[in-house]
Structures are given as structure tokens and as C-alpha cells.
Design a binder for this molecule. Structure first.
Ligand code: HEM
Length: 550
């Protein structure tokens, strides 16, 4: 009897279980269908209607040959392999014959633009309509936590406030400490390892350096000087190079971080499947360096020593919530400020090698304005912030280099809410465009800075003299972007790059490129930023030898 009842109730519960499963499955299918109809019909219809109401025109979409735009992804990877990524983006703009268009890749539908008015809207006039893309904030959070570079909204506002006093003219104009790092870089240029001379003499008895990649030396110079400025402790990566050391130090960590982060940014939402263990190791090395520097600063307080070299760190500590935030902000500054400044300086020498006329003219100007290297060594103050700023031709060379070679050639923002951009829609591309919430808008300063309609038929040429006559139009020239999030380290970067260029030209009166290939194409080594590459080895950009001045 009991067994019958039991059997019966078991059958009943099985049936109930099955019908519950069927119900859930049915519900799932209905939700899926509703979502599908929403994505395929309702949303496009709503967007179309809203665009119509707002007087927006349609935007052409780039054609794709393979599903999900995989052909575009593949071509991008090939262009990157060939060190042609900026040119690949330019070619896509040329194929579209427009400066604003839509691309559909890997299931996302984004805009891309090189229109000054649109870039101005994204970065400045409609700043509150846009945010950083989630791919950037999630990826950077692991390393940089609350760093100004990784956060948005109120957290960004407070980080920017923390940073502001660090970049006063007084702080930025202090070039004194650069000289000792420059002297170490000189040793790297003249010695193959500590104390072993590597120079050679030509038939005229003039001394030349051995072949050297400036793109290898410059990031070490910027790292060594930035760590001294921000933390009071230099990473001394140039010295470890001279000693032939291969250890897991801060320079190693930053070098490892770039390709890893780049891959994670490429994987977008799937970033978490790649490189977690390696990233943790890199983060440990970075954290140790910054923590040690802070400990040393504390020890200096206790011993009553001169704390002048900890000015930057002290200001930061007074304004950050805790020690972890100090570390996050310093690492953010190192990540944002070292490779970028090194890339700019590298591109200057890359351009000077290919334009000997400009090298000779700039060197003459430097000699007149700053004197010889003996001056720099003896008086110690021949290269000052004011003199760098007043050296017009040097500033024109920097401007022209940043115009032709954007260190950040492509950037993006994501629409926080439904909004519009001023131009790019309709048959002739002059109507506003509708940007639905969640849409990413990419913008290319590389394409913008090479537009012939804005810069003339010689837009691709390296002509610093063009800056004598022209003041670029609004948002025609934005190597440091613009609006409230404009690069906070702009003056710092231009001062440091200017210093290195002047000191190099004082020390060397000729430069010979060793990786020129008789073409006019450029070689771009794209990490997170865009540095000069090389026809021989992309990681040994600006391969050259330099002749010591008499
Ligand atoms: C040639 C060198 C440099 C270039 C081309 C450059 C370029 C840029 C660009 C384009 C941005 C805007 C990024 C965005 O909002 O998506 C930016 C932001 C930033 N840069 Fe630079 N940068 C350079 C050097 C530096 C230096 C030397 C520092 C610090 C010492 C620095 C610190 C920062 C910081 C902290 C931000 C974030 C600002 C914010 O979000 O409010 N940069 N930079």
C-alpha cells in the first residue's frame, strides 16, 4: 500500500518537475525571442525614429567580406605585423571617402571619426554624454585601481584634483635632475658595457657611436627620471643595462605589461581569459618598487634628512586617501608618462634622420640658443625650461613630429546616454548623427593630423616651418586630446623631450640612420602607444649611429 502511494507520488513529482522544466524552457525561449525582436526590430526602429526627430542623417557602414567582420580583424593584425597600423586606419577612411563612418566588428557597432567638430564634442562640449569604454576601465583597474587614468565620473574628478598641484609650472620646469640621467644615457651610447668603450673613428679621425637603438634607450631614460621625480627614487634602468643585468625590475614589469594589456584590450569582454598569472607577477614587482620608495621616504623623515627630493610624493600623500591610492596614482603617472614621452622623442630622431636639412638647421639653432655641450656641463644651467620654451624652431619640430606621428593615434569614448554628434550624417556627411547609449565612438588623431583639406597637399611631409605661419583650427591638432581630460602631463612631456633633444644635439653633430629602406613608408611599433618601429626589428626602432661633436 505504502509502496503504491510512494510510487504514485514519485510519478507525480517527476511530472511536476518535467512540466516545471518545460515551463522554464518555454519562458527562456520567449525571453530570448523578445530580446531578439528588441535587438533586431524595436531598437533600430526606435533609434531610426529618434534620429529622424533630431534631424540626424544616416551614416555609411564599412563593408565586410567575412562574418562578424573577421576580415577587418585579420587585416588589422597583418597591418600591425607589418608596422603599418596607422596607415591601415587611413586607408579605411580613404575607402569610405568620409571622415565619419560606422564599423561593425565582432558583434559591436561603433562609429569612427576624424572630424574636428565631433572630436571636440566627445572630449569637450558634450563631455558629460561620454565615458571611458568599459574595456579600458576594467583592464586598468587591476594595476591602477583609483588612478586618474583608469577611472571615470566622480572618482576621476577627485583624482584630477589630487593631481593638479603636481603639475604646476614650478614643478614642471625643474629640468635640473634630468642631466644626471642624460649623462648615464651618454654612457650607454658610448660604452658597450660598464667602462668598455664602444665607439670607433672614421677616416677623418671623428668619433662615432656603435649602432644603437634610441627607441630602446629613451624609455629607460624617461622611466629613470620619472621615478626620481614622482617617487624620489630612480629605477636606474640605464645603469642596469650598462651592467648587463637582466632582472625582474620596474623596467622589466612595464615592458611586460604593454603587450599583455594590449592583448587584453583586443579581447574586449573576454580580457579575463588572458595573462592573469603574468599580470599578477608584474603587479607584484610594480607594487614592491613603489612601496620601497615610500618606505625610504618615511625613513628620511625619521632621520631628519633633507626631504627636497620627495616634494612630489609628499604632495601626493597629503592628498590621497591612503597609501594604496598613492601607489595607484604614481603607477598611473608612470604608465601614462614614460613610454609616451619616449615615443615622442624617438619620433623626433626618426624624423631628423630622414630629414637631414632639419637636423642641420635645428642643430645650428640649438648651438646659437643654448651653446655647446661644454656650456651645459660647466655651467649646469644652459638648458632651462624658459630657454626651451623660447626656442621657437625646437617647438616647431616638436609640434610637427606630434602632428605626423600621433603617440596616441586612436582613442575612444562610449556614449553614456542617447546623444548626437554634430556632423557626418546624410548623403554628403554634413548632418548630425545619432549616437545611441552604449555606442563606442573611436577617433583617430593620426587621420585628423594628416587631412589634406586641413593641412594642405603636403600634409604627409615633415616641415616644421609650416608652424611659422599657421595656428591650427579648433580641434584640428590634438596630440594630447582636449577638454577636461586633456593630458595633464603635456608640459612635462614637452619639457623633457625638448631637454633630451637639445642635449643630444649639443653632444652629437651628425646622425646616420641604419635601418632606412629606400621607401617613404613609416614603421610604427604599436603597443598601447605608438612608438617608432624599424625595417630590421620592430623593437629596435631608430637604429642609428651618432658622431660626437668636436
Ligand atoms: C608625448 C607625450 C604624451 C602624450 C602624447 C600624451 C597623450 C595623452 C592623451 C592623448 C591623453 C588622453 C587620454 C584619454 O583621455 O583617453 C593623456 C592623458 C593623460 N596623460 Fe598624457 N601624454 C603624454 C605624456 C604624459 C606625461 C609625461 C604624463 C605625466 C607625467 C602624462 C599623464 C597623463 C595623465 C595622468 C592623463 C589622464 C588625464 C585625465 O584623465 O584626466 N602624460 N595623455
Amino acid at each position: 500500500m505504502f509502496s503504491e502511494v510512494f510510487k504514485h507520488s514519485a510519478v507525480l513529482s517527476l511530472t511536476a518537475e518535467r512540466s516545471r522544466a518545460e515551463l522554464l524552457l518555454g519562458l527562456g525561449v520567449v525571453i530570448f525571442l523578445i530580446k531578439l525582436v528588441d535587438i533586431l526590430v524595436v531598437r533600430p526602429w526606435r533609434h531610426w525614429l529618434k534620429a529622424l526627430q533630431l534631424g540626424c542623417g544616416s551614416v555609411p557602414t564599412e563593408s565586410r567580406k567575412w562574418p562578424l567582420g573577421l576580415d577587418i580583424v585579420r587585416n588589422g593584425m597583418l597591418a600591425d605585423r607589418d608596422q603599418r597600423l596607422p596607415e591601415y586606419v587611413t586607408a579605411r577612411f580613404a575607402a569610405m571617402d568620409r571622415y565619419t563612418w560606422r564599423m561593425k566588428v565582432l558583434g559591436s557597432s561603433n562609429f569612427i571619426t576624424a572630424e574636428p567638430r565631433n572630436i571636440q564634442a566627445i572630449l569637450a562640449t558634450q563631455f558629460d554624454d561620454f565615458k571611458l569604454s568599459d574595456v579600458r576601465t576594467t583592464n586598468l583597474k587591476l594595476f591602477l585601481g583609483r588612478s586618474i587614468f583608469a577611472v571615470d565620473g566622480p572618482a576621476w574628478h577627485s583624482a584630477r584634483e589630487v593631481m593638479r598641484p603636481l603639475f604646476t609650472r614650478e614643478n614642471v620646469s625643474n629640468v635640473c635632475l634630468l642631466e644626471s640621467h642624460f649623462q648615464t644615457m651618454m654612457r650607454c651610447l658610448l660604452e658597450s658595457s660598464e667602462g668598455v668603450v664602444s665607439t670607433s673613428r672614421d677616416s677623418h679621425g671623428r668619433t662615432w657611436t656603435a649602432p644603437v637603438s634610441l627607441a630602446v634607450l629613451l624609455p629607460r631614460f624617461t622611466l629613470d627620471s620619472a621615478t626620481e621625480v614622482f617617487l624620489g627614487q630612480s629605477a636606474h634602468s640605464l645603469e642596469s643595462m650598462l651592467r648587463g643585468e637582466k632582472k625582474e625590475d620596474l623596467n622589466w614589469a612595464l615592458e611586460q605589461m604593454v603587450p599583455l594589456l594590449r592583448m587584453r584590450l583586443t579581447l574586449r569582454g573576454l580580457y579575463w581569459i588572458y595573462g592573469n598569472m603574468e599580470l599578477r607577477r608584474i603587479a607584484e614587482v610594480m607594487h614592491k618598487f613603489t612601496n620601497d620608495a615610500m618606505d625610504k621616504a618615511d625613513a628620511t623623515v625619521r632621520s631628519g634628512e633633507n626631504r627636497a627630493k620627495y616634494d612630489f610624493l609628499d604632495t601626493l600623500r597629503a592628498r590621497c586617501a591612503d597609501r594604496d591610492e598613492v601607489r595607484e596614482q604614481v603607477l598611473g603617472l608612470l604608465a601614462a608618462g614614460t613610454d609616451t614621452t619616449a615615443a615622442l622623442t624617438g619620433w623626433v630622431f626618426y624624423s631628423l634622420i630622414r630629414n637631414p636639412r632639419v637636423y642641420t638647421k635645428l642643430r645650428d639653432v640649438v648651438m646659437q640658443h643654448f651653446g655647446t655641450s661644454a656650456n651645459a656641463k660647466n655651467t649646469g644651467d644652459s638648458v632651462t625650461f624658459e630657454k626651451l620654451k623660447n626656442c621657437t624652431y625646437l617647438q616647431h619640430v616638436l609640434n610637427e613630429t606630434l602632428r605626423r606621428h600621433s603617440v596616441v593615434p586612436l582613442n575612444s569614448r562610449c556614449a553614456k546616454r542617447d546623444t548626437t554628434l554634430p556632423t557626418g550624417g546624410g548623403p554628403d556627411g554634413t548632418q548630425p548623427i545619432f549616437v545611441p547609449a552604449g555606442t563606442e565612438v573611436n577617433f583617430s588623431t593620426h587621420v585628423l593630423h594628416r587631412r589634406r583639406d586641413l593641412w594642405g597637399p603636403g600634409a604627409d611631409d615633415f616641415v616644421p616651418e609650416r608652424w611659422e605661419k599657421r595656428r591650427p583650427g579648433v580641434f584640428h591638432y590634438v596630440p594630447f586630446n582636449g577638454g577636461p581630460r586633456i593630458c595633464i602631463g603635456q608640459q612635462f612631456a614637452l619639457t623633457e623631450a625638448g631637454f633630451v633633444i637639445v642635449r643630444m644635439l649639443q653632444e652629437f653633430d651628425a646622425i646616420e640612420g641604419l635601418d632606412l629602406d629606400n621607401t617613404s613608408r613609416d614603421y610604427s611599433n604599436f603597443g598601447i602607444t605608438c612608438a617608432p618601429g624599424s625595417s630590421i626589428d620592430r623593437h629596435e626602432g631608430v637604429l642609428c649611429r651618432l658622431r660626437l661633436a668636436k
